[in-house]
Design a protein around this ligand. Sequence first.
Ligand SMILES: Nc1ncnc2c1ncn2[C@@H]1O[C@H](COP(=O)(O)OP(=O)(O)O)[C@@H](O)[C@H]1O
Ligand SMILES: [Mg+2]
Length: 332
Amino acid sequence: MSEKLLIVKDLSTTFATAGGPLPAVDGVSFDLEQNETLGIVGESGSGKTVLSRTIMGLQPRTNVTVTGSATINGFEVVGASEKAKREIWGTEVAMVFQDPMTSLNPVMRIGKQIDEALRVRLGMDRAAAKARAIELLELVGIPSPVERYNAFPGQLSGGMRQRVVIATALACSPKLLMADEPTTGLDVTIQAQILNLLDELKERLKMSVILVTHDLGVVATRTSRIVVMYAGRIVETGNTRDVFYHHRMPYTRALLESSPKVSNLSHTRLTTIPGRPPNLLNLSDGCSFAPRCSYATDQCHLVRPPLQAADEPGHAFACWNPLPTTRGASSS
Ligand SMILES: Nc1ncnc2c1ncn2[C@@H]1O[C@H](COP(=O)(O)OP(=O)(O)O)[C@@H](O)[C@H]1O
Ligand SMILES: [Mg+2]
């Protein structure tokens, strides 16, 4: 058995806001094997980015409380000093942020942006850093890397820029790469290219990858397991196959139906889940999805359902009135 690279236990992140405490992440637990790709999915505002940033140890300095535990290769991130975290950023864990334009400096040549990490973090000299930066540009599939080394971000297409962002994240050979909506805003062909690239790099560099997305279509063929989030909590998790074909939580089905790629399989073509996302400042004691759920019973509105084990190993869902199991139907 391989050792777990990441163990997240009862992790919560609460922001102090003018409207009161806002529980953006609430009691999340999951883990990740070496060389595994995990998908974190959920509609906008479900806490995916805050969860990813909390695992990295990146929070605002004030007005935030983090409890629970997140260990990366044995390093406890929660409560660690900035100095200690800087030791693991880049080398143990790196993140591709949601918006590639904000993670690149528009007035700095792309090669220099990669160089910097190598010189500061790995202590490489100028020449070695430049050679390695060009190697990284080549690794992420940038044509003519020697010439592109001197380009500015604005001179590259969106897809090429995202490749540069990935190269930057890979500079110090992290064991865990977290990619937060890495292809949102790119057109579908480029999306597939970037996702294929991440797959390839994961195999070549023996990394683990967390793929964060609102679109289940993105994770369908590229992850071994999926965590489904709603209102800061995990509401369903399991092997990718089980989440797609044997999901029990109505919200998971709604997410599937709202995915432009996946919904081709059914006859529905929704772009968003009906109803309003929950107000995290005013959550009920019941299931947060109940107000939008056509299966909700009285109990759903009153008592929060815990994660309970489904039939399949590793599959769990939080629902009092789950969708019927499709086990028998699909195996015939
Ligand atoms: N710094 C912050 N202060 C207060 N609330 C925040 C902060 N960052 C995020 N949130 C809130 O946390 C919730 C989860 O946000 P986020 O993780 O960005 O969602 P997702 O990535 O799933 O779209 C949202 O309600 C968002 O408004
Ligand atoms: Mg996000």
